[in-house]
Design a protein around this ligand. Structure first.
Ligand code: NI
Length: 207
């Protein structure tokens, strides 16, 4: 799992940089409006993580980002064959949701697969129920998964030994969970290693 850890670390650093850029741009917006009266130049305060998507949930229903408006999305990317990182992270998310209790009723935990070939809606249905009754599993075409991964700055890569059977492979992927607001905008990220308590506390600060 050394390789996974390295990727997780890189992802955590990337997320920190992204968050830093995001806050810097937020600050720019405030300063820019005050300092440039009459100027049409406006620095956007838009988050660099998130955006529109169209996917299929574990019941086979088409789901878009619009379906989550008014809800907080606690979103994580992975794949059901992941031996270690994904199950751990999903357990942490489930623990955080349970700790929030009624207060977290509007927080939807979401698992997006980066391995749509194996992670069909049926496979996701079996998988998500192992972690939390409210966990939503999302899959899609390769193009749909590539689009949402790009929007959420998620890295993933199929890894197959030379000469191995077609269905014998693993996926490298970044392991960061994001909290997205009711308007679909980025609120917070959770690098691997946060505890369910820490995650719940951070989420609660936005509710
Ligand atoms: Ni994983």
């Amino acid at each position: 799992m050394t390789r996974n850890r390295t990727i997780a670390l890189i992802a955590a650093i990337a997320a920190l940089v992204l968050a830093g850029v995001w806050f810097a741009r937020k600050a720019d917006t405030v300063n820019g409006t005050a300092g440039e009266a009459g100027s049409t130049v406006k620095t956007s305060g838009q988050a660099l993580v998130g955006g529109p998507f169209t996917l299929t949930d574990q019941t086979g229903k088409t789901v878009t980002d619009q379906d989550f408006r008014g809800k907080y999305m606690l979103i994580f990317f992975g794949f059901t064959f992941c031996p270690d990182v994904c199950p751990t992270e999903l357990q942490i998310m489930a623990g955080a949701i349970d700790r929030l209790g009624d207060k977290g009723a509007d927080v939807v935990p979401v698992f997006v697969t980066v391995d749509p070939d194996r992670d069909t809606p049926e496979a996701l249905a079996r998988y998500v129920q192992q972690f939390h009754p409210r966990l939503v599993g999302l899959t899609g075409t390769h193009e749909q998964i590539a689009a949402i991964a790009k929007a959420y700055r998620v890295y993933y890569q199929k890894v197959k030994e030379e000469g191995a059977p077609d269905d014998s492979y693993t996926m490298d992927h970044s392991s960061v969970a994001y909290l997205m607001g009711p308007d679909g905008k980025f609120l917070a990220f959770f690098p691997p290693g946060v505890t369910p308590d820490q995650m719940a506390e951070k989420i609660a600060s936005f509710l």
